[in-house]
Design a protein around this ligand. Structure first.
Ligand SMILES: Cc1cc2nc3c(=O)[nH]c(=O)nc-3n(C[C@H](O)[C@H](O)[C@H](O)COP(=O)(O)OP(=O)(O)OC[C@H]3O[C@@H](n4cnc5c(N)ncnc54)[C@H](O)[C@@H]3O)c2cc1C
Length: 520
């Protein structure tokens, strides 16, 4: 069948027979990385096809119900987790990727992280000065700006005030929103389209310049002849049931851009028989997260307002041999809270009944910087499904424990009556003397709820071909016509929320990708 009309989004419903498409570039994934590359290449006149396994959900098209949105908008229907179930993995799956459900916090890559990459991975081109124009460009497109002080919600105010009273560094964060009404539904896909996520920005730019986006199209195989990819095979999914319809899309591009995000991009390479001497999928980092709930005398209503608008990096650098951590707030929607809070029966009911007074603060550990720290590994299960192993090293447990102590102190300083950990038997803290109880708590997989919303690595960039999955220009090692442009290329975690780094890196990499398209 011939190519179809350009410049629009097709869903699984539109694909009523097998399709064969030709393109200059096939971009797999429409999140932070994929959307920017697609837009910048389309801008230069390239014929771009974007494949997105998730659905197309325009603002306001879904009910604002957790029971509806987690299965629809998140990987593995909201059930993704590490193989030992110790860490719940929140990751987006829709047009716009994780950017369409994220909490809008926007940080540039810290200079000390770039310096580490330059020395340990030979990424000499990634200097703050070289990246500055790319950050400026994406910040302008995404309207990144500081959250006004009077729009910080009570949940984030706990972090701000508590840290201030303790004399710890804290600051309001920047957010990528325009016309935000502070409803608090960022994680549901903004009903107003006020978050300038990939679907509301660069995907629109790509479509305006003729790109075709196929939603409900899951790339399952990259076909190659020697060092060149010749075809991307995608199965078409039913937008309602998410099951394969039996129809297939075959894209024959000059160039492939893998942008399915950390975890899925390595998995697609492995499914296609590409493991680059066992490197693909390794060094996957998660910013493993622990949380502390505080019950405050006044109403907090942490389900309303911008979910994140304050952060503290006071403990980001804890010296040699220690894993640093940073502190933020998390929204307190009932389903998320119910799965996070421990206790059974009456105890759990009591915790949930206090939800309007609950503040949820999180400590995110900064993984990937210790000598010998390898992070997690993506592999495939025997049925082809993805598997993520993430051994929690003692240094990570220590950081999570110390992070929870810091959070407990912040809650107390901000006036909390009681603070709870997320252990199966919650540790209860009512004053400074109780903080030491956290030292005796079981810091073991399965005994305390852990999360990640920041997946990084698995296809690390490096100058050293022995150590690289991609080159510093993001070209897939040992292949001529493929690039990886998403969070999987990061060689360590970041110590800040990752979206802006990935948007800007994609903006920077687009020039390299464009120069690799063969004319004709
Ligand atoms: C709940 C939540 C809150 C977050 N909050 C923040 C925040 O406040 N600030 C911040 O900086 N970061 C935040 N993040 C993280 C941030 O959104 C991600 O790090 C970023 O979007 C990753 O970009 P990416 O391009 O690597 O992948 P994504 O943006 O996830 O895009 C990848 C896309 O590829 C698609 N895909 C995967 N495999 C295939 C395949 N085989 N075929 C076709 N399509 C495929 C996926 O469905 C997905 O849509 C949050 C994430 C979550 C889940």
């Amino acid at each position: 069948m011939a190519d179809r009309e350009a410049g629009r989004i097709f869903t699984g419903r539109d694909v009523t027979s097998d399709l064969e498409l030709t393109a200059d570039v096939c971009v797999i994934g429409s999140g932070a990385g994929g959307s920017v590359v697609a837009a910048r290449l389309a801008e230069r006149g390239a014929r771009v096809v974007i494949l997105e396994e998730g659905g197309f959900h325009p603002p306001g098209s879904l009910p604002l119900s957790e029971a509806v949105v987690y299965p629809r908008l998140y990987q593995e229907h909201g059930q993704r987790a590490t193989a030992d179930l110790a860490i719940t993995v929140l990751q987006g799956r829709m047009v716009g990727g994780s950017t369409a459900v994220n909490w809008t916090t926007s940080f540039r890559t810290p200079e000390r992280v770039l310096a580490h990459w330059r020395s340990a991975y030979g990424l000499g081109a990634l200097t703050p000065a070289a990246l500055a124009p790319h950050f400026e460009a994406v910040e302008a497109r995404l309207n990144v700006h500081e959250q006004p002080a009077d729009e910080v919600n009570a949940n984030n105010r706990v972090l701000y005030d508590g840290a201030e009273r303790l004399g710890w560094e804290r600051a309001r964060t920047r957010r990528n929103v325009d016309g935000c009404q502070n409803l608090g539904y960022c994680g549901f896909g903004c009903p107003l389209g006020a978050r300038l996520s990939a679907d509301q920005s660069y995907v629109k730019d790509a479509l305006a310049r003729g790109a075709r986006l196929y939603a409900n199209a899951r790339a399952v195989q990259l076909v190659r002849e020697r060092r060149r990819f010749t075809e991307v095979v995608a199965e078409v999914l039913d937008p309602e049931t998410d099951r394969p319809t039996g129809k297939w899309l075959r894209v024959r591009p000059k160039l492939v851009v893998l942008a399915g995000g950390a975890i899925n991009t390595p998995a697609l390479l492995l499914r296609s028989g590409i493991d680059l001497a066992g490197k693909v999928g390794t060094r996957t980092f998660l910013h493993p997260v622990a949380a502390m709930f505080g019950r405050h005398p006044g109403l907090v209503e942490g389900y309303y307002g911008a979910p994140q608008s304050v952060s503290s990096h006071h403990f980001a650098d804890r010296g040699a041999g220690k894993v640093g951590f940073f502190l933020e707030a998390a929204p307190v929607h009932p389903m998320l809270a119910a799965t996070a809070l421990g206790g059974f029966g009456a105890r759990h009911e009591e915790l949930m009944a206090a939800l309007p007074h609950a503040s949820a603060l999180i400590a995110l550990s900064i993984d990937g910087f210790l000598p010998g720290e390898e992070g997690g590994t993506v592999s495939l299960r025997s049925d082809g499904r993805v598997r993520l192993d993430y051994p929690l090293r003692p240094e990570i447990w220590e950081a999570l424990r110390e992070g929870c102590k810091a959070l407990a102190r912040i809650h107390l300083a901000a006036g909390a009556e009681v603070v709870y950990s997320l252990h199966d038997e919650p540790v209860e803290i009512r004053g400074e003397l109780d903080v030491a109880k956290l030292d005796r708590a079981p810091w073991e997989a399965g005994r305390v709820q852990l999360f990640t919303a920041h997946q990084m690595g698995g296809c690390r960039m490096s100058r050293d071909p022995e150590n690289a999955v991609t080159t510093p220009e993001l070209r897939l090692e040992a292949h001529e016509n493929a690039f990886v442009v998403d969070g999987s290329v990061l060689p360590t975690s970041l110590g800040v929320n990752p979206q802006l780094t990935i948007f800007a890196l994609a903006h920077w990499a687009a020039d390299h990708v464009a120069s690799a398209i063969r004319p004709g």
